[in-house]
Design a protein. Sequence first.
Length: 112
Amino acid sequence: MRENLKHIGENIRTARKSKSLTIEMLAELAGISESFLGTLERGESSLSIETLINLCKVLDVSADSIIMGSAELPPPISDKKDTLMTMLGNASDAELDFLIEYVKLYRGRIMF
């Protein structure tokens, strides 16, 4: 258990530093105390799902990159959205109609 917390803490620290945020800044944006964030980054405390979600939103990363991530985190979610928007901007009306129906069908069958 302790090793898992340490790994999660390291991933939070890596994501924070990649955004050039201080502990103080991230704590304020995520709605947690600086001391608690410090204990998370050192792997001394566990975090709730709500805190994980808040950190991921602020850091613009997925929860799996914090939980299972490696030394190099995947591109931020905003980069993925930008890529998708660029691709959709080049699509025809027929392609957009197909994609809308496909996404509706796909999202109806998966659980997040």
